[in-house]
Design a protein around this ligand. Structure first.
Ligand SMILES: [Mg+2]
Ligand SMILES: [Zn+2]
Length: 205
C-alpha cells in the first residue's frame, strides 16, 4: 500500500523563519521574523502540519552566546507564534563547530534523524525548507523533499547551483506554505489528478 508521508515540515531557522546575519543571531533582540514567516507556520498548523526546526547554532560552540540566550530567542519566537495561533513542535539544534566533527551539524542528517525519532515519523517524503545547500543535503540524505527559499542566503545558494535533484525554489516561507497547502488540496482531489495523468499519457502516445 502506498504510504502518504506524515503531515510534517522541517525548517531551517536563520534565513527561513528569521532574518539572518553574518554576525550570528546572538540575542532575542537580534531575532527578527521574516515578514509572513510566522503566519506561514500558523497556516501550515491550521492545515494539520506539524512543524519542527533543525538549526546549526555554532555560535554556541564558538562562545558567541550562551544556551540561555538561545532559549530566550526561542521563547520570543514561541510567543510571537502563539499570538498568531501557530506553534513549532520542537527545535533541534547543533551547538558544535565544524572542528567538533559531530553527527548533527548540517549537512549531516543527525538533527533530522533526531526529529524523526522524537515524533515517530518516516522522513522520506517530508518537505525540508532551507536557505543553504547544507540544509537541503541534510534532509535529502534521509529522503526528505528539498525546498529552497530565496530569503537569507537563498539567492546566493541558488546562484552557486548544484542543488539536489528536484529542489523547488520559493520566494520565502510564505510562498512555500501556499504551495504546500495548494498541493495538499490538489492531492486530495485524487480522481481529477489521475485523469490529468491519463490524458497526458494519451497525448504523448
Ligand atoms: Mg539558514
Ligand atoms: Zn552537532
Amino acid at each position: 500500500m502506498p504510504q502518504t508521508p506524515a503531515k510534517f515540515v522541517i525548517l531551517d531557522r536563520d534565513g527561513v523563519v528569521n532574518l539572518d546575519s553574518d554576525q550570528f543571531i546572538k540575542t532575542p533582540d537580534e531575532w527578527i521574523p521574516i515578514p509572513g514567516s510566522l503566519e506561514a507556520i500558523a497556516a501550515m498548523n491550521e492545515a494539520g502540519y506539524r512543524v519542527v526546526i533543525a538549526s546549526n547554532q555554532s555560535g554556541i560552540g564558538r562562545g558567541l552566546f550562551e544556551m540561555s540566550a538561545l532559549n530566550a530567542m526561542h521563547e520570543k519566537m514561541y510567543k510571537a507564534l502563539a499570538r498568531l495561533g501557530g506553534r513549532v513542535e520542537a527545535i533541534f539544534f547543533c551547538p558544535h563547530t565544524a572542528a567538533d566533527g559531530c553527527d548533527c551539524r548540517k549537512p549531516k542528517p543527525g538533527l533530522i534523524q533526531q526529529a524523526a525519532q522524537r515524533f515517530g515519523i518516516e522522513p522520506r517524503g517530508v518537505p525540508i525548507v532551507g536557505d543553504s545547500l547544507r540544509d537541503l543535503e541534510a534532509g535529502v540524505a534521509l529522503g526528505c523533499v528539498p525546498h529552497l527559499v530565496r530569503t537569507g542566503k537563498g539567492e546566493a545558494t541558488l546562484a552557486k547551483g548544484n542543488l539536489p535533484e528536484g529542489t523547488r525554489v520559493h520566494d520565502d516561507l510564505r510562498a512555500f506554505s501556499r504551495w504546500l497547502l495548494q498541493g495538499d488540496g490538489a492531492a486530495r482531489a485524487g480522481a481529477a489528478v489521475s485523469t490529468v495523468h491519463a490524458n497526458a499519457k494519451t497525448n504523448a502516445g
